[in-house]
Design a protein around this ligand. Structure first.
Ligand code: MN
Ligand code: MN
Length: 319
């Protein structure tokens, strides 16, 4: 039985457009709050996009995702999961990055996620650009993690602009180098778009990362690809990283580096439903850029994906 303190505010009790928005209308329980130690899953905002190489804006993502997430209700429509009655969930606030310094931001974020980790809280993060995943992995990975990564890009490049090692195109290269990820337990799904060169793909091949390009994704279908993903990551702890640009820009235009020819909004949710029972140490939804999200639809899709990820995180492990 979960303490009623952690029950989200219902739209039956307070209209969804009213009140101070927190993720999914959960209580705001930042570090230092007297209930912080009781939280099982912390929804975190990472309002930082200093790793962005093209169109910026994901620093505004968490605030927009909090607003959009007031539409999220208590029960999953297909599985019947009621995550807020299964785990103590809370909005644990934003990490406080430093928009003027990448190294300082990485340190601050790793420290924040270390605090969550010490309290036994698993993080579900709203980015932020994809570089945010690196400091999260630094805090979470005491043994190498597997990873299921939804994206139209590999984010495995060595460097940008003649030697810049920390951008949103490099986080998983660094994570493999730093032995935060076990590359043989990493699968990247949805990869597409024109390419600089094959440096990222050749790196993936050299270390054993599995790339499922979009052509293969559509030829095989969601269930078959996700069955392979589950086999690759196995029963040990994994991270789930979800870049909103995995989704076709028709459905998710509000992002910095859109790539056409991607999954629709239903498939965007459907892939998450195959994560049930995996050993998920943490998850993120990154790269929502409100300045390019004129309709607000990208943020609503992002909030809906976060709910799917949350349901996967609270699901019972497969024996
Ligand atoms: Mn990415
Ligand atoms: Mn991407």
């Amino acid at each position: 039985m979960i303490d009623p303190f952690f029950t989200p505010v219902s739209g039956f009790d307070l209209p969804r457009f009213a009140g101070v928005p927190t993720f999914m209308r959960l209580p705001h329980v930042p570090p230092g709050h007297d209930r912080f130690g009781d939280v099982d899953i912390g929804l975190v905002g990472a309002p930082w996009d200093s790793g962005t190489t093209n169109r910026p804006g994901p620093r505004h993502g968490p605030r927009q995702l909090r607003d959009a997430s007031t539409m999220i209700r208590a029960e999953h429509p297909v599985s019947g999961a009621r995550p807020f009655e299964t785990a103590a969930c809370a909005d644990v606030g934003d990490v406080g990055p430093n928009p003027a310094s990448i190294p300082d931001s990485l340190e601050r974020m790793t420290a924040f996620y270390g605090t969550l980790r010490e309290a036994g809280i698993r993080p579900l993060t709203a980015g932020g650009d994809h570089l945010c995943s690196l400091p999260i992995l630094r805090a979470l990975a005491d043994t190498k993690l597997g990873m299921i990564h939804f994206d139209s890009h590999t984010d495995l490049f060595h460097s940008y602009f003649g030697g810049e090692m920390y951008t949103h195109g490099t986080p998983f290269r660094r994570a493999v180098e730093e032995e935060l990820l076990d590359p043989k337990r990493v699968i990247q799904i949805g990869i597409r778009g024109t390419m600089y060169d094959r440096e990222d793909v050749e790196f993936a091949e050299s270390v054993g990362i599995r790339i499922v390009r979009i052509e293969e994704f559509f030829a095989r279908g969601v269930a078959d690809v996700m069955a392979e993903a589950r086999e690759i990551v196995g029963a040990d702890p994994i991270y789930v990283s979800y870049d909103i640009d995995f989704v076709d820009p028709t459905f998710a235009p509000g992002t910095g580096t859109p790539e056409v020819g991607g999954p629709n909004s239903f498939q965007a949710l459907e892939v998450c439903r195959h994560l049930s029972g995996l050993n998920i140490a943490g998850a993120d939804l990154v790269e929502v850029s409100p300045p390019f999200d004129a309709s607000g639809g990208t943020a609503f899709l992002g909030a809906s994906i976060m709910f799917e990820l949350l349901c996967a995180m609270v699901s019972k492990p497969v024996a």
